[in-house]
Design a protein around this ligand. Structure first.
Ligand code: 8YV
Length: 317
Protein backbone atom coordinates (compact mmCIF):
# COMPACT_ATOMS: atom_id res chain seq x y z
CA UNK A 1 0.00 0.00 0.00
CA UNK A 2 1.28 3.47 -0.87
CA UNK A 3 1.94 5.76 2.12
CA UNK A 4 -0.60 8.55 2.65
CA UNK A 5 0.53 12.16 2.39
CA UNK A 6 -1.48 15.20 3.45
CA UNK A 7 -0.89 18.21 1.22
CA UNK A 8 -1.98 21.59 2.58
CA UNK A 9 -1.13 23.80 -0.42
CA UNK A 10 -1.24 23.24 -4.17
CA UNK A 11 1.97 22.50 -6.08
CA UNK A 12 1.93 24.10 -9.52
CA UNK A 13 4.49 21.89 -11.28
CA UNK A 14 2.73 19.02 -13.09
CA UNK A 15 5.84 16.81 -13.08
CA UNK A 16 6.07 17.04 -9.28
CA UNK A 17 2.39 16.21 -8.83
CA UNK A 18 2.80 13.21 -11.15
CA UNK A 19 5.69 11.92 -9.04
CA UNK A 20 3.72 12.46 -5.83
CA UNK A 21 0.74 10.61 -7.26
CA UNK A 22 2.93 7.73 -8.45
CA UNK A 23 4.58 7.25 -5.06
CA UNK A 24 1.88 8.15 -2.57
CA UNK A 25 -1.82 8.26 -1.84
CA UNK A 26 -2.22 12.03 -1.94
CA UNK A 27 -4.73 13.73 0.34
CA UNK A 28 -5.08 17.26 -0.97
CA UNK A 29 -6.70 19.08 1.92
CA UNK A 30 -6.97 22.36 0.01
CA UNK A 31 -9.45 20.67 -2.36
CA UNK A 32 -11.75 19.55 0.46
CA UNK A 33 -14.91 21.39 1.35
CA UNK A 34 -15.14 20.05 4.93
CA UNK A 35 -11.51 19.93 6.05
CA UNK A 36 -12.32 18.91 9.60
CA UNK A 37 -14.38 15.91 8.48
CA UNK A 38 -11.66 14.97 6.00
CA UNK A 39 -9.02 14.87 8.74
CA UNK A 40 -11.38 12.88 10.96
CA UNK A 41 -11.66 10.31 8.19
CA UNK A 42 -8.04 10.16 6.99
CA UNK A 43 -5.92 11.64 9.81
CA UNK A 44 -4.88 8.30 11.28
CA UNK A 45 -3.34 7.12 7.99
CA UNK A 46 -1.26 10.22 7.23
CA UNK A 47 2.51 9.62 7.36
CA UNK A 48 3.80 12.77 5.73
CA UNK A 49 2.72 16.41 5.36
CA UNK A 50 3.56 18.88 2.61
CA UNK A 51 2.85 22.50 3.42
CA UNK A 52 3.84 25.99 2.25
CA UNK A 53 6.21 28.25 4.11
CA UNK A 54 3.51 30.79 4.88
CA UNK A 55 0.87 28.14 5.70
CA UNK A 56 2.92 25.86 7.95
CA UNK A 57 0.91 23.53 10.16
CA UNK A 58 -0.78 24.01 13.51
CA UNK A 59 0.07 21.91 16.54
CA UNK A 60 -3.61 20.99 16.73
CA UNK A 61 -3.45 19.44 13.25
CA UNK A 62 -0.19 17.63 14.03
CA UNK A 63 -1.92 16.12 17.05
CA UNK A 64 -4.60 14.70 14.79
CA UNK A 65 -2.00 12.84 12.69
CA UNK A 66 -0.70 10.08 15.01
CA UNK A 67 1.27 8.21 12.29
CA UNK A 68 3.08 11.34 11.06
CA UNK A 69 6.79 10.84 10.28
CA UNK A 70 7.83 13.98 8.40
CA UNK A 71 6.71 17.56 7.69
CA UNK A 72 8.11 18.85 4.39
CA UNK A 73 7.81 22.62 4.04
CA UNK A 74 7.71 23.60 0.37
CA UNK A 75 9.55 26.83 1.12
CA UNK A 76 12.35 28.23 3.26
CA UNK A 77 10.38 30.04 5.97
CA UNK A 78 9.50 27.70 8.81
CA UNK A 79 7.96 30.39 11.02
CA UNK A 80 4.49 28.86 10.65
CA UNK A 81 5.58 25.56 12.19
CA UNK A 82 6.22 25.24 15.93
CA UNK A 83 9.70 23.73 15.62
CA UNK A 84 10.00 23.14 19.38
CA UNK A 85 6.78 21.16 19.34
CA UNK A 86 7.91 19.10 16.32
CA UNK A 87 11.28 18.50 17.99
CA UNK A 88 9.60 17.31 21.19
CA UNK A 89 7.78 14.70 19.10
CA UNK A 90 10.89 13.66 17.17
CA UNK A 91 9.28 14.91 13.96
CA UNK A 92 11.61 16.07 11.19
CA UNK A 93 10.70 19.42 9.64
CA UNK A 94 12.43 20.21 6.36
CA UNK A 95 12.61 23.24 4.06
CA UNK A 96 13.72 23.82 0.49
CA UNK A 97 16.85 25.71 1.46
CA UNK A 98 18.84 26.98 -1.50
CA UNK A 99 16.23 26.07 -4.11
CA UNK A 100 14.63 29.50 -4.46
CA UNK A 101 17.45 31.90 -3.56
CA UNK A 102 18.03 33.36 -7.03
CA UNK A 103 14.38 33.94 -7.84
CA UNK A 104 13.56 35.61 -4.54
CA UNK A 105 16.61 37.86 -4.87
CA UNK A 106 15.68 38.63 -8.48
CA UNK A 107 12.18 39.71 -7.42
CA UNK A 108 13.63 41.95 -4.71
CA UNK A 109 15.69 43.75 -7.37
CA UNK A 110 12.66 43.75 -9.68
CA UNK A 111 10.57 45.44 -7.00
CA UNK A 112 13.28 48.01 -6.33
CA UNK A 113 13.51 48.93 -10.01
CA UNK A 114 9.73 48.89 -10.47
CA UNK A 115 9.12 51.18 -7.52
CA UNK A 116 12.00 53.61 -7.99
CA UNK A 117 11.67 53.88 -11.78
CA UNK A 118 7.84 54.02 -11.50
CA UNK A 119 7.44 51.30 -14.13
CA UNK A 120 3.81 50.54 -13.19
CA UNK A 121 2.51 54.12 -13.56
CA UNK A 122 4.57 54.37 -16.78
CA UNK A 123 3.00 51.19 -18.13
CA UNK A 124 -0.43 52.47 -17.20
CA UNK A 125 0.32 55.83 -18.85
CA UNK A 126 1.02 54.14 -22.20
CA UNK A 127 -1.60 51.37 -22.10
CA UNK A 128 -4.50 53.56 -21.08
CA UNK A 129 -3.85 56.03 -23.91
CA UNK A 130 -2.77 58.86 -21.59
CA UNK A 131 0.51 59.33 -23.48
CA UNK A 132 -1.29 59.94 -26.79
CA UNK A 133 -3.66 62.37 -25.11
CA UNK A 134 -0.82 64.19 -23.41
CA UNK A 135 2.52 63.65 -25.19
CA UNK A 136 4.26 66.41 -23.24
CA UNK A 137 7.32 65.05 -21.35
CA UNK A 138 5.99 66.85 -18.29
CA UNK A 139 2.87 64.67 -18.24
CA UNK A 140 4.68 62.04 -16.24
CA UNK A 141 7.02 63.01 -13.39
CA UNK A 142 10.68 62.07 -13.08
CA UNK A 143 11.46 58.86 -11.26
CA UNK A 144 14.42 57.93 -9.03
CA UNK A 145 17.72 56.18 -9.82
CA UNK A 146 18.52 52.78 -8.29
CA UNK A 147 22.23 52.57 -9.17
CA UNK A 148 24.42 53.75 -6.32
CA UNK A 149 21.67 53.94 -3.69
CA UNK A 150 22.57 52.75 -0.19
CA UNK A 151 20.97 49.34 0.30
CA UNK A 152 20.36 48.03 3.82
CA UNK A 153 19.58 44.34 4.09
CA UNK A 154 17.78 42.91 7.10
CA UNK A 155 18.86 39.27 7.39
CA UNK A 156 21.99 38.15 5.59
CA UNK A 157 21.04 34.54 4.94
CA UNK A 158 21.17 32.93 1.52
CA UNK A 159 18.53 35.27 0.06
CA UNK A 160 19.96 38.39 1.74
CA UNK A 161 23.38 37.60 0.33
CA UNK A 162 22.00 37.04 -3.17
CA UNK A 163 20.24 40.42 -3.00
CA UNK A 164 23.46 42.07 -1.79
CA UNK A 165 25.40 40.52 -4.66
CA UNK A 166 22.88 41.82 -7.19
CA UNK A 167 22.66 45.30 -5.62
CA UNK A 168 26.47 45.51 -5.55
CA UNK A 169 26.39 45.07 -9.35
CA UNK A 170 24.33 48.28 -9.41
CA UNK A 171 27.21 49.98 -7.51
CA UNK A 172 25.13 50.19 -4.35
CA UNK A 173 26.98 50.41 -1.04
CA UNK A 174 25.66 47.49 1.03
CA UNK A 175 25.09 47.34 4.77
CA UNK A 176 23.21 44.72 6.75
CA UNK A 177 21.90 43.79 10.11
CA UNK A 178 21.50 40.32 11.54
CA UNK A 179 21.78 38.64 14.92
CA UNK A 180 25.57 38.73 14.55
CA UNK A 181 28.16 40.01 12.07
CA UNK A 182 29.20 37.53 9.37
CA UNK A 183 32.97 36.99 9.25
CA UNK A 184 33.02 35.59 5.74
CA UNK A 185 31.63 38.65 3.99
CA UNK A 186 32.84 42.22 3.47
CA UNK A 187 29.54 44.11 3.69
CA UNK A 188 29.21 46.62 6.50
CA UNK A 189 27.47 45.28 9.61
CA UNK A 190 25.10 47.57 11.49
CA UNK A 191 24.08 46.10 14.84
CA UNK A 192 20.62 47.67 15.09
CA UNK A 193 17.77 48.02 12.64
CA UNK A 194 17.02 51.65 13.49
CA UNK A 195 20.56 52.73 12.56
CA UNK A 196 20.49 50.59 9.42
CA UNK A 197 17.24 52.27 8.34
CA UNK A 198 18.72 55.68 9.02
CA UNK A 199 21.78 54.85 6.90
CA UNK A 200 19.84 53.29 3.97
CA UNK A 201 18.00 54.60 0.94
CA UNK A 202 16.42 51.19 0.36
CA UNK A 203 15.70 48.81 3.24
CA UNK A 204 15.22 45.22 2.08
CA UNK A 205 13.66 42.64 4.40
CA UNK A 206 15.11 39.17 3.89
CA UNK A 207 15.00 37.90 7.46
CA UNK A 208 13.40 34.78 8.91
CA UNK A 209 10.30 35.74 10.86
CA UNK A 210 10.44 33.06 13.56
CA UNK A 211 11.31 35.54 16.30
CA UNK A 212 11.12 38.86 14.50
CA UNK A 213 7.46 39.91 14.43
CA UNK A 214 6.82 43.64 13.96
CA UNK A 215 10.46 44.75 13.86
CA UNK A 216 9.73 47.35 11.17
CA UNK A 217 7.56 49.89 12.98
CA UNK A 218 6.88 53.63 12.77
CA UNK A 219 10.25 54.49 14.33
CA UNK A 220 12.15 52.40 11.76
CA UNK A 221 10.12 53.86 8.89
CA UNK A 222 10.71 57.39 10.15
CA UNK A 223 14.44 56.57 10.31
CA UNK A 224 14.33 55.32 6.70
CA UNK A 225 12.93 58.73 5.88
CA UNK A 226 10.96 60.55 3.20
CA UNK A 227 13.37 59.54 0.41
CA UNK A 228 13.62 55.93 1.59
CA UNK A 229 12.00 52.78 0.20
CA UNK A 230 10.95 49.54 1.90
CA UNK A 231 11.14 46.23 0.05
CA UNK A 232 9.73 43.05 1.64
CA UNK A 233 10.18 39.62 0.08
CA UNK A 234 10.39 37.81 3.45
CA UNK A 235 7.30 37.81 5.66
CA UNK A 236 4.53 40.34 6.16
CA UNK A 237 4.63 39.94 9.91
CA UNK A 238 8.12 41.48 10.07
CA UNK A 239 6.31 44.80 9.52
CA UNK A 240 3.69 46.58 11.60
CA UNK A 241 1.44 46.94 8.57
CA UNK A 242 -0.68 49.75 10.02
CA UNK A 243 2.52 51.74 10.67
CA UNK A 244 3.60 51.16 7.06
CA UNK A 245 0.26 52.33 5.64
CA UNK A 246 0.46 55.38 7.88
CA UNK A 247 4.07 56.14 6.91
CA UNK A 248 3.24 55.90 3.19
CA UNK A 249 0.11 58.04 3.59
CA UNK A 250 1.93 60.85 5.36
CA UNK A 251 4.99 60.66 3.06
CA UNK A 252 7.27 59.53 5.89
CA UNK A 253 8.83 57.12 3.36
CA UNK A 254 8.93 57.44 -0.43
CA UNK A 255 7.54 54.06 -1.48
CA UNK A 256 7.41 50.32 -1.01
CA UNK A 257 7.62 47.06 -2.94
CA UNK A 258 5.80 44.28 -1.13
CA UNK A 259 5.47 40.60 -1.97
CA UNK A 260 4.25 39.50 1.46
CA UNK A 261 1.61 40.64 3.94
CA UNK A 262 0.46 39.94 7.46
CA UNK A 263 -2.87 38.31 6.58
CA UNK A 264 -2.52 36.98 3.03
CA UNK A 265 -4.41 37.26 0.74
CA UNK A 266 -5.83 40.30 2.54
CA UNK A 267 -3.82 43.41 1.76
CA UNK A 268 -4.55 46.79 3.38
CA UNK A 269 -6.75 48.45 0.71
CA UNK A 270 -5.17 51.85 1.38
CA UNK A 271 -2.13 50.53 -0.53
CA UNK A 272 -4.11 49.92 -3.73
CA UNK A 273 -4.31 53.57 -4.75
CA UNK A 274 -0.70 54.43 -4.03
CA UNK A 275 1.42 54.86 -7.17
CA UNK A 276 4.61 54.57 -5.17
CA UNK A 277 3.67 51.13 -3.89
CA UNK A 278 4.06 47.96 -5.95
CA UNK A 279 2.32 44.83 -4.73
CA UNK A 280 2.80 41.16 -5.56
CA UNK A 281 0.78 38.14 -4.45
CA UNK A 282 3.58 36.33 -2.55
CA UNK A 283 5.27 35.21 -5.75
CA UNK A 284 9.00 35.61 -5.15
CA UNK A 285 9.66 31.87 -5.50
CA UNK A 286 6.89 31.36 -8.07
CA UNK A 287 8.96 30.42 -11.10
CA UNK A 288 8.89 27.06 -12.82
CA UNK A 289 12.60 26.73 -12.03
CA UNK A 290 12.37 27.36 -8.28
CA UNK A 291 9.16 25.45 -7.77
CA UNK A 292 10.55 22.42 -9.64
CA UNK A 293 13.70 22.41 -7.52
CA UNK A 294 11.59 22.92 -4.38
CA UNK A 295 9.28 20.05 -5.35
CA UNK A 296 12.24 17.73 -5.85
CA UNK A 297 13.49 18.62 -2.36
CA UNK A 298 10.05 17.93 -0.91
CA UNK A 299 10.04 14.52 -2.64
CA UNK A 300 13.48 13.74 -1.22
CA UNK A 301 12.43 14.80 2.31
CA UNK A 302 9.33 12.60 2.18
CA UNK A 303 11.28 9.60 0.91
CA UNK A 304 13.95 9.97 3.61
CA UNK A 305 11.47 10.66 6.41
CA UNK A 306 9.21 7.74 5.52
CA UNK A 307 12.23 5.43 5.28
CA UNK A 308 12.97 6.32 8.91
CA UNK A 309 16.09 8.28 7.98
CA UNK A 310 16.87 11.79 9.13
CA UNK A 311 15.90 13.94 6.11
CA UNK A 312 18.76 16.03 4.81
CA UNK A 313 18.46 19.53 6.25
CA UNK A 314 15.92 18.57 8.91
CA UNK A 315 15.66 21.46 11.37
CA UNK A 316 14.31 19.45 14.26
CA UNK A 317 15.94 16.01 14.26
C1 8YV B 1 6.53 30.08 -1.03
C2 8YV B 1 7.75 31.05 1.02
O1 8YV B 1 5.69 30.93 -1.73
O2 8YV B 1 9.83 29.96 0.99
C3 8YV B 1 8.94 30.46 1.66
O3 8YV B 1 9.01 30.50 2.90
O4 8YV B 1 6.97 31.67 1.65
C4 8YV B 1 7.56 30.94 -0.44
O5 8YV B 1 8.69 30.63 -1.13
C5 8YV B 1 5.71 29.13 -0.33
O6 8YV B 1 6.36 28.41 0.64
C6 8YV B 1 5.08 28.22 -1.38
O7 8YV B 1 4.50 27.16 -0.84
Amino acid sequence: MKPSILQLNPILVPAINEKLDALYTMHRLFEQEDKDAYIREHGASIRGVITGGHTGISNALIERLPALQVIAVNGVGTDAVDLEFARSRGLPVTGTFGALTEDVADLAIGLILTVLREICPGNDFVKTGKWVKNPSPSAIPLSRRFSGKRVGIVGLGKVGRAIAQRAAAFDCPIAYTDVRPMDDIGYRFVPDLLSLARESDILVLAAAADKARGIVNAAVLDALGKDGYLINIARGKLVVESDLVEALSRGAIAGAGLDVFVDEPNVPPELFDMDRVVLQAHRASATMESRTAMGEMVLASLAQGLAGQRPEGSLTT
